[in-house]
Design a protein around this ligand. Structure first.
Ligand code: FAD
Length: 484
C-alpha cells in the first residue's frame, strides 16, 4: 500500500506535518509516497478568489512538484474544477493506486471542512487511514479557550491565553524529510492526462499583476523571513505604520500559500528575540503580536462558521442601511475618491496585489463608513485583487473596520483619511509613488489639494465631505440602538 499526501494551502516541504508524517512512516516500512494537488478553478471563483492569486498558486505548485521529486515523491496535479469533483478523483486514485493512507493538513473554511469530512467518511468505509494535522496556526483553533471553555471573542484576552500556551508549545519546525529510498511514480498515463491540458485551458488567466514581485517558492520566502528579522525586525514597532518605508515583512502572501508556516515565522522570530514571544525587543514583540492577530482571526472563523457565509459577527449590524451607490463604489475600486491616501492605497492594491496594513484600515473604513457601502462588497474586492487573500484575515479586517466585527471599541471609530495621511505619510512620499500627478504640489498640499491644485493636477474632487460622511455613518449606527 502507498501513502498519499494531499496538498492544499501548505505548498512547502519544510515543517509540513502531513508530508513529514507520511514520509517518515513510509521510509521505515520501505513504502512509497505519492502526493496530489487538485486544481479547482470553479470552486475558487465561487469563493471569489482572483486570478493573480490563482496564478501564484499554480507557480508555487509547480515549484513544489520539483522539490518533492528531489525527495522521491511524485506530485500529481489534477484538474478537478470543484471540491466535489476533487473527491471523486481522490477516490478513483486511492482505489486504482492501492493507497492505504491519506495525510493532509486541515483547512478551516466551511466548504473545505465539508469536503474533508466527506473524504474521511468515504475513507473509513473503504478502510483507508486518514491522518489529519494542524499547521495553519501555532495553536490549533479550538484549543485557546476562556476559563469557562468558550472561544474568545475579543483579541486582548485571546492574546494573553494564546501567549501562555505558545510559550510552552513552541518547538523547532520540522525538517524537510529525507529523500525516499523507494521513489514513487504512477506510470499510469491516465493520471498524467487528467493533469496538464485541461488544466491549461481552465486557467486562461487575464488579470496580470503589473508589479508582481511575490515569491512562489519556499526558499525565497525563507530568505525573506530571515532578512526581515535580521534587518528590519528591531525597528518594526516604530516603522510598521508608515507605508512609504516598506518596513513590514510582506510575508503575508507566502503565509497564505503555505510557503511558510506560522511556526517557522514564530520560531525564527523568537530566536531573534532572546528566545521570547513577548518581553524581548519592542520590534519583534510587535511583529509576533501581528502573527497572533492572524491566529486570532483563524480561531474566530472556526468558532463562528457563519463568518464564512457572509454574515456579520455582530448580528445587530445586519440592520445597517448600507447605501446602494454604484458610482461611489466604482470610484473607490478605481481609486478616484478624491482622497489621495485612499486612492493611492487602491492603486497599490491594483498594481502590486498587496496593500499596507494601515492603508487597508483607512480604505476599508472609507468604504464602509464614509461611503456607507456594505463591507461585504469591499471584502469581495480585496479578495479578488490581493495576492495574500485569506478569508479569515480579510473578513476579520473588514468587519473590524466596518465595526460589524470583533472589536472592543464601539461603532464610532471613524478614521479621518486626511489626518491619517498627515500622520503616516507626512511628506507625501507614499502618495506620489502611486499618484505621480501630485508630485508638483508641496508636501503639505498632497494630503488634501485645494480646488485650484486639483484643477492644476487633474486630480478629482472629493466624492464626499468628511464631516458630512462621518455624521451620516454615526447616524446609521445610532439608528440600530434606537430600534432596539
Ligand atoms: P507584517 O506587518 O510583516 O505582519 C506579519 C504577518 O502577520 C503578516 O504577514 C500576516 O500574516 C500577519 N498579520 C499582520 N497584520 C495582521 C492583521 N491585522 N490581521 C491578521 N493577520 C495579520 N491579511 C492577509 O494575510 N490576507 C488578507 O486577505 C487580509 N485582508 C485584510 C483586510 C483588511 C481590511 C485589513 C484591515 C487587514 C487585512 N489583512 C489581511 C491583515 C494585514 O493587513 C496583512 O496581513 C498585512 O498587511 C500583510 O503585510 P505583511 O506581511 O508585511 O505584514
Amino acid at each position: 500500500g502507498r501513502h498519499l499526501v494531499w496538498f492544499r494551502t501548505d505548498l512547502r516541504v519544510h515543517d509540513n506535518p502531513a508530508l513529514y508524517h507520511a514520509m517518515t512512516t513510509a521510509q521505515s516500512q520501505a513504502q512509497q509516497v505519492l502526493a496530489v494537488y487538485f486544481v479547482t478553478p470553479e470552486q475558487w471563483r465561487q469563493h471569489g478568489l482572483g486570478e493573480r492569486k490563482i496564478r501564484l498558486m499554480q507557480n508555487a505548485v509547480h515549484n513544489l512538484k520539483q522539490a518533492l521529486a528531489e525527495r522521491g515523491v511524485e506530485l500529481l496535479v489534477l484538474h478537478a474544477g470543484t471540491f466535489n469533483h476533487s473527491l471523486q478523483l481522490l477516490q478513483q486514485l486511492v482505489l486504482e493506486l492501492d493507497i492505504r493512507h491519506i495525510s493532509f493538513n486541515n483547512e478551516y473554511e466551511v466548504n473545505e471542512c465539508k469536503r474533508d469530512i466527506l473524504c474521511y467518511r468515504w475513507a473509513n468505509i473503504h478502510q483507508v487511514n486518514v491522518h489529519r494535522f494542524h499547521d495553519q496556526c501555532l495553536i490549533p483553533p479550538g484549543a485557546v479557550l476562556t476559563k469557562t471553555n468558550l472561544p474568545f471573542k475579543v483579541y486582548s484576552p485571546f492574546r494573553k491565553a494564546w501567549l501562555a500556551q505558545a510559550e510552552r508549545q513552541l518547538s523547532a519546525p520540522l525538517p524537510s524529510p529525507a529523500a525516499l529510498q523507494q521513489p514513487s511514480s504512477t506510470t499510469s498515463t491516465t493520471w498524467q492526462q487528467i493533469l496538464t491540458e485541461p488544466l491549461r485551458r481552465a486557467l486562461t488567466l487575464t488579470d496580470q499583476c503589473p508589479d508582481a514581485r511575490w515569491f512562489d517558492d519556499e526558499s525565497s520566502a525563507h530568505h525573506a523571513l530571515h532578512n526581515f528579522l535580521q534587518q528590519q525586525g528591531r525597528h518594526y514597532h516604530q516603522r510598521r505604520d508608515f507605508p512609504a518605508l516598506d518596513a513590514t515583512s510582506q510575508l503575508s502572501t507566502a503565509l497564505s500559500l503555505g510557503l511558510l508556516s506560522p511556526r517557522q515565522c514564530l520560531f525564527a522570530a523568537s530566536q531573534a528575540n532572546q528566545g521570547l514571544l513577548a518581553g524581548g525587543t519592542a520590534g519583534l514583540d510587535s511583529w509576533i503580536n501581528e502573527l497572533t492577530w492572524r491566529e486570532f482571526y483563524r480561531h474566530l472563523l472556526v468558532a463562528c462558521p457563519d463568518l464564512c457565509k457572509h454574515q456579520a459577527f455582530k448580528p445587530e449590524t445586519e440592520r445597517v442601511k448600507w447605501r446602494d451607490a454604484e458610482a461611489d463604489f466604482q470610484a473607490w475600486c478605481d481609486g478616484r475618491t478624491g482622497y489621495p491616501i485612499v486612492d493611492a492605497a487602491q492603486q497599490q492594491l491594483l498594481t502590486t496585489g498587496w496593500m499596507h496594513n494601515r492603508l487597508r484600515m483607512v480604505s476599508a473604513m472609507f468604504l464602509s463608513k464614509h461611503l456607507l457601502i456594505d463591507w461585504r462588497r469591499g471584502e469581495a474586492f480585496f479578495n479578488q485583487y490581493l495576492v495574500d487573500a485569506d478569508l479569515a484575515s480579510n473578513n476579520g479586517g473588514w468587519q473590524w473596520s466596518a465595526s460589524t466585527g470583533a472589536d472592543g471599541v464601539p461603532y464610532f471609530r471613524i478614521f479621518n483619511p486626511t489626518t491619517q495621511s498627515q500622520r503616516f505619510d507626512a511628506d507625501g512620499q507614499f502618495l506620489i509613488r502611486y499618484l505621480p500627478q501630485l508630485t508638483s504640489l508641496p508636501a503639505t498640499s498632497r494630503h488634501q489639494p485645494n480646488a485650484f491644485e486639483r484643477q492644476q493636477t487633474g486630480y478629482p474632487d472629493a466624492i464626499v465631505d468628511h464631516a458630512f460622511a462621518r455624521q451620516r455613518a454615526l447616524n446609521a449606527f445610532k439608528a440600530l440602538k434606537q430600534e432596539n
